[in-house]
Design a protein around this ligand. Structure first.
Ligand code: FAD
Length: 498
């Protein structure tokens, strides 16, 4: 059960406390990579469990009062817990799931679990409330806490400094890929088994459909955001991946950008599952490389003469190269931004200087249309195409990728200040999108403000030299009829929302 030396770069010692070998178990606190396979954090916990010959205990919990909490997000996480509970039972692992219904218990439960642990391992996710949780918990407990990076197939720390462009990161990905692939996480983990399982003074939540529905009725959420038809969990993530491979991968490169209903759009729709850790990049990449292939894909298949190119490096199928450019380059450039910018305060201060100068110059510009956050939220702008994108987000918990860019660009143009535009996007994205509250939520929003981009001319009011997008140009570029009809149907089904 060796954890390779290469992967030790993923492990961060969060406190200087000791590993207490006399204690009962190795505790894995699963808070971001909510899955039982292809998970480096779980593999490290399992490695320690073999090393010290101690039982592995997994603790997966959910509080009720996190920022942007809602029925939509909670249901998705609980469905993931259900899959993990069932899988853990099949594997014979001591898995404890905790769903907060009583704040008094929440205060102490994890600390109590840590008291009998030799060491605690958790997930090193760089965004949302998780970094603070980790730092606080490291001080509260009496044993060693390790945080392990299982965010991507390449350890984020291998990339070095923040990259100013996606192209800059692409070269680093290609340089690191071979070694990372050889050290990728595993589909099947051989867990250390003990005859007797540790017992706890708390009752584990049994995530049957009935119990999930009962607990959901009991909870009071701050945000009134109803659940959606998209279901959470590893099993559903796997269904989505298989559907993507069988039906959509071969249309990905040419048709990904065209706004369509999810039935026709060839995107994988995996971003919510990646966000909650229900599926890993390592598994997606392994499956894509080997789909419909007689021979197993190996690193010998890499085209090393194409290092740094968007095309040709990974595969002879350009759809695969195009998909991996999103899954690795665009996703990881955002994770790296968060990983290194500890001072990033979720505002506009981290934008490059050319953007800051541009925004300063155009601050006094007259806005042709002005909307409040509430008007944006209720899709009450003059622009029916923008309104459709906002309705898609509110009703379904997702928005087509191209429309997301247009959506953000227009909020910048129609808000009183740039800061207000940023706050509106943050609020609406994180409240309604199932993949929100992620590094890519912020880098996606900041991309609309010019992050990872360059100046574009001609210079215009409000946007200045930021890349410009409009509903008219979107209409000219794509046939939007099918997308707009789809939104109309959605709206008719859920009249009360608008
Ligand atoms: C204003 C704005 C807000 C955004 N907010 C989020 C967010 O909250 N969470 C989020 O995960 N992504 C966000 N994105 C990026 C992108 O829109 C989504 O990742 C993508 O639409 C997800 O759909 P998919 O899973 O079908 O992607 P696919 O096309 O199947 O791509 C595969 C994976 O690659 C990653 N990816 C794809 N496109 C991008 C991109 N442009 N930037 C970063 N990663 C990408 C995602 O993890 C995605 O699941 C935002 C973009 C913008 C412009």
């Amino acid at each position: 059960m060796e954890f390779t030396e290469y992967n030790l770069t993923r492990v961060r010692e969060v406190n200087k406390k000791n590993i207490i070998e006399e204690n009962d178990y190795i505790l894995y606190w699963m808070q971001a990579y909510r899955r039982l396979n292809y998970n480096h954090a779980l593999e490290y916990a399992n490695h320690l469990s073999h090393k010290y010959k101690k039982e592995l205990v997994i603790f997966e919990g959910i509080r009720s009062n996190y920022p942007w909490n809602s029925e939509r997000i909670h249901q998705f996480i609980l469905e993931g817990i259900k899959d993990n509970y069932e899988k853990a039972k099949e594997l014979g692992i001591n898995y404890f799931s905790y769903v907060e219904t009583d704040k008094e218990i929440s205060k102490n439960i994890l600390i109590d679990f840590s008291k009998k642990a030799c060491a605690v391992i958790t997930d090193d996710f760089p965004c949302f409330i998780i970094p603070n949780h980790i730092e606080k918990f490291a001080k509260q407990i009496g044993v060693k806490l390790f945080a392990v990076d299982s965010n991507s197939i390449i350890p984020i720390s291998k990339y070095g400094e923040v990259s100013a462009t996606a192209r800059g990161l692409r070269t680093r990905i290609h340089k690191n890929f071979e070694e990372a692939y050889l050290n990728k996480s595993k589909k099947v983990i051989s867990f250390f088994q003990t005859k007797k399982k540790s017992k706890f003074n708390y009752e584990s939540f049994i995530p049957t459909e009935k119990n999930i529905s009962e607990v959901m009725q009991k909870l009071k959420f701050t945000n009134q955001v109803p659940k959606v038809e998209i279901h959470g969990g590893y099993n559903e993530a796997k269904n989505k991946l298989n559907l993507f491979l069988e039906k959509n991968l071969n249309r990905y490169k040419d048709f990904r950008s065209n706004p369509h209903s999810p039935e026709i759009t060839p995107g994988s729709a995996l971003s919510p599952y990646l966000h909650f850790g229900h599926i890993s990049t390592d598994e997606i990449i392994t499956e894509i490389f080997n789909f419909n292939s007689k021979n197993e894909w190996t690193i010998k298949n890499l085209n090393t003469d194409s290092k740094g190119d968007r095309e040709n490096f990974f595969h002879t199928n350009q759809n695969i190269n195009s998909y991996l450019d999103e899954l690795l380059t665009w996703r990881d450039v955002g994770y790296l931004f968060f990983w290194n910018k500890k001072e990033f305060n979720k505002d506009l201060n981290s934008l490059p200087n050319w953007v800051k100068e541009n925004l300063k110059k155009h601050t006094p510009d007259k806005r042709e249309y002005l909307y409040s956050k509430k008007e944006f939220e209720e899709a009450k702008t003059h622009d029916s195409i923008w309104n459709s994108a906002q309705k898609e987000l509110v009703i379904t918990g997702k928005m087509h990728n191209y429309m997301r860019m247009l959506w953000g660009k227009k909020i910048i143009e129609w808000s009183k200040t740039y800061q207000e535009a940023f706050e509106t996007m943050e609020e609406l994205n994180n409240k309604y999108a199932l993949d929100g509250r992620n590094p890519n939520s912020y880098t996606g929003i900041l991309w609309c403000f010019g992050l990872f981009d360059r100046p574009w001319f001609p210079e215009r009011p409000v946007h200045g030299v930021l890349r410009y997008m409009s509903s008219d140009s979107t209409k000219r570029k794509f046939k939007l009829g099918e997308y707009l009809d789809y939104i109309k149907k959605l709206e008719n089904k859920s009249e009360s929302l608008f």
